[in-house]
Design a protein around this ligand. Structure first.
Ligand code: PXP
Length: 240
């Protein structure tokens, strides 16, 4: 299973003072040396954490692969096309949200999403759509023909202690997406405590995890934080 580390919140700390530390490029290097398979960043329209220059530097510095999360917004799409990351994950974005709240609307937004997908594909960029794991959203996403869908694990992350139906929904979503011929990714709100059950879903081949890893990195260092999450994922995957 691929484990991509989202380093947005390294930039959040830097932007709190608008200085040059901590450096997301250095964080990416440490994450890679500790076993990350890829580095994920979200270039938001409001530039609240990752900046254009970060993406440019990471595009050159990342030795694994760069997964760029972006909204269906012309200015950001143009940056993705220019920098040509390994993968582009289309996400919904609202200015007032604290983090990406829902999945992409592939019903009402289908023309715009399809147009952006076509441009990214033409540029040779692997495409993924971030969607809620219900069957309607997945069917709508599959019709647009991305390479992958990333299942939004936000509901699971909120409810995993009390209920099991959010996990069941992810499991069913994984099967449905795979049956539709899509690669299956997952992420959002995953932590050292709740990642195991998601990592054990066989259809899921990639996890994107940010806040929990960066939070732990503040206390124990990036390499140890990444290594510990890597070990958890690999153990859960092996059925241990
Ligand atoms: N996947 C996507 C598409 C996201 O937008 C985010 C948040 O930026 C994540 C994964 C990572 O979520 P978290 O920071 O909660 O691990």
């Amino acid at each position: 299973m691929r484990f991509y580390v989202n380093i947005d919140h390294v930039a959040t700390v830097r932007q709190a003072r608008r200085t040059d530390e901590p450096d997301p490029v250095r964080a990416a290097e440490l994450a890679e040396s500790a076993g990350a398979d890829g580095i994920t960043v979200h270039l938001r329209e409001d530039r609240r954490h990752i900046q254009d220059r970060d993406v440019e530097l990471l595009r050159r510095a990342v030795r694994t692969v760069l997964n760029l999360e972006l909204a269906v917004a012309d200015e950001i799409v143009a940056i993705a096309l220019r920098l040509s990351p390994h993968q582009a994950t289309l996400v919904p974005e609202r200015r007032e949200e604290v983090t990406t709240e829902g999945g992409l609307d592939c019903v009402r937004g289908k023309e715009r999403v399809a147009a952006v997908l076509a441009r990214l594909k033409e540029a040779g960029i692997r495409t993924s759509l971030f969607v809620t794991p219900d069957s309607e959203s997945l069917a709508a996403a599959a019709l647009l023909g991305p390479d992958a869908v990333e299942l939004h694990t936000g509901r699971y992350a909120r409810e995993w202690r009390e209920r099991r139906d959010a996990l069941a929904e992810l499991e069913a979503g994984g099967r449905a997406a795979r049956a539709a011929g899509l690669a299956v990714h997952a992420g959002h709100g995953l932590t050292y405590e709740n990642v195991d059950a998601v990592a054990a879903i066989p259809e899921i081949e990639e996890l994107n995890i940010g806040h929990s890893v960066v939070s732990r990195a503040v206390l124990v260092g990036m390499e140890r934080a990444v290594r510990e999450m890597r070990e958890r994922i690999d153990r859960a995957r092996a059925g241990a």
